[in-house]
Design a binder for this molecule. Structure first.
Ligand code: TGC
Ligand code: FAD
Length: 397
């Protein structure tokens, strides 16, 4: 029984429920290493990258992420880090506290392109690509979505047909992160045996990538269309263990898991910016943080931030114990993205006119979160997954 005379310490405004006190020393080391890197190397530049609508040096960034050890850090073997799911989640959290586009870079490389090769590839494919991708010497992308097949990837039109021993692919992939800077694309296509994945070196004749311009969200990220026209690949380009829609969906679980943590970082950044602003900005002769309405907003924000952090840690611990079902990940993506959107929006308002500029991170996070709510399964898709899990009835169709 606890000593009734003991007085508990007051909550830390930066970690109200002391969620991080649940971390192991190794996990804390990962958190601190990535947070340090992000604040030194990314935060000072990200507003400029966002304003420019691109990443000016994606190869340098890949190399820096590789040196930091975050590319495929949760995968075993092949020069990958073999970290716990929680450690990987913390890395995502610290990167997305800077910008969702930077977490996306790491998610697409490690959780989508590398994870697909790691799960479904041959030994030759793994040995050829994974060490280089972990080091950041090769950039990967993951082509599932098409112009007419987003939430319903099973309706894809990209087709791979056998021609002798070769495969020939035709189709268009849309909204592909890092598509135009990738060395290798993992492309999903319909075959006579169902949906299968292909490892495509991007210098293959018949492969073209076009940058998507005029984005108002995730601007510090490169998004592309992939056009495949009579693209001929050798027999061994197929991911031999990939079979059916479940294969790409199992990769999505990995990237969605990173988002569960990542958006907790974006939410935290917006809450911290709001708290600081509320203590320094004066109107009517007082700091705005002294007004009851502002305190209500800060209370709502700190609750959302801590709920998101606890949800991420809980799902991470389940994952490390091998008990994380994909519906747990849907729960986390659904709950945490919505929480981060609420926090970003309220924080934006609390910053007044300053909040619409890139001098403060809040509107950048707010508009990034529009993408995060859309990709990796929209809010509706995850609501339907949760609905199916609790009723046993599918309402997708
Ligand atoms: P359905 O019949 O339900 O399922 C087909 C097979 O797949 C299995 N399955 C899953 N397996 C693993 N993980 C999951 N999350 C799974 N969900 C379903 C399922 O059991 C079944 O297996 P089997 O053996 O019975 O055949 O398929 P459906 O056509 O009804 O679609 C289900 C739905 C809507 C949930 C799915 O298609 C979906 O998740 N849609 C959303 C698409 C999406 O998220 N796209 C993301 C593209 S990549 C991206 O956005 C990258 S963004 C960059 C970044 O991450 O930073
Ligand atoms: P749609 O599926 O057309 O959805 C339109 C609306 O209809 C949404 O509100 C949706 O929730 C709703 N809806 C759909 N089905 C249902 C239903 N059954 N019930 C109720 N409502 C429904 N994809 C990749 O493959 N690789 C990538 O690297 C990648 N990166 C991306 C980067 C960015 C910046 C963006 C914006 C997207 C990226 N995507 C990527 C694509 C992303 O996964 C899709 O945009 C997403 O899956 C949604 O598909 P859609 O845009 O076609 O919307």
């Amino acid at each position: 029984m606890s000593d009734p005379r003991h007085k508990a310490a007051a909550p830390d405004p930066y970690d109200f429920l002391a969620v991080d006190s649940e971390l192991s020393d190794t996990e804390r080391d990962v958190r601190d290493a990535v947070r340090g890197f992000a604040s030194r190397e990314l935060l000072p530049h990200v507003a400029d990258w966002f304003e420019a609508g691109t990443l000016p040096d994606p190869r340098g960034l890949a190399k820096a992420f590789g040196d930091l050890g975050v590319l495929g850090m949760h995968l075993e073997g092949y020069s990958c880090g073999g970290s716990s799911a929680v450690a990987y989640g913390l890395a995502c959290r610290e990167l997305e506290a800077v910008d969702s586009g930077l977490r996306s870079f790491v998610s697409v490389q490690g959780s989508l392109a590398m994870a697909a090769i790691h799960k479904f590839g041959s030994e030759e494919q793994k040995n050829e690509w994974l060490p280089r991708m972990a080091a950041g010497d090769a950039i990967g992308c993951f082509g599932l979505t098409e112009p007419d097949s987003g939430s319903d990837p099973g309706s894809m039109r990209t087709r791979a047909r056998k021609d002798g021993s070769d495969w020939v692919l035709d189709g268009t992939k849309m909204w592909i992160t890092n598509g135009s800077v990738a060395d290798v694309a993992v492309v999903w296509a319909a075959t006579d045996e169902g949906i299968r994945g292909f490892v495509v070196p991007t210098d293959t004749p018949g492969f073209t990538a076009n940058v998507v311009h005029k984005k108002l969200s995730l601007r510090a990220s490169i998004t592309s269309e992939l056009v495949l026209e009579g693209m001929r690949l050798p027999e061994d380009a197929v991911l031999p263990s990939s079979k059916g829609l479940g294969s790409p969906l199992s990769c999505l679980n990995e990237a969605r898991y990173g988002i569960v943590w990542g958006v907790a970082g974006a939410a935290r950044a917006c809450y911290e910016a709001a708290r600081e602003y509320s203590l320094t900005r004066e109107q009517f002769g007082s700091p705005i943080g002294g007004f009851q309405l502002t305190q209500r907003k800060l209370a709502d924000m700190v609750v959302d931030v801590n709920h998101a952090g606890m949800t991420a840690l809980r799902i991470g611990r389940l994952k490390d114990r091998g008990e994380c079902h994909h519906n747990h990940v849907s729960f986390g993506k659904f709950a945490n993205v919505a929480a981060a959107q609420r926090v970003a929006s309220v924080s934006r308002g609390l910053h007044g006119a300053n909040g619409i500029t890139l001098e403060y991170p809040v509107m950048r996070h707010m508009v990034n979160l529009e993408t995060v709510a859309t990709y990796e399964g929209t809010e509706d898709i995850h609501a339907l997954s949760i609905g199916q899990a609790v009723t046993g009835i599918s309402a997708f169709r």
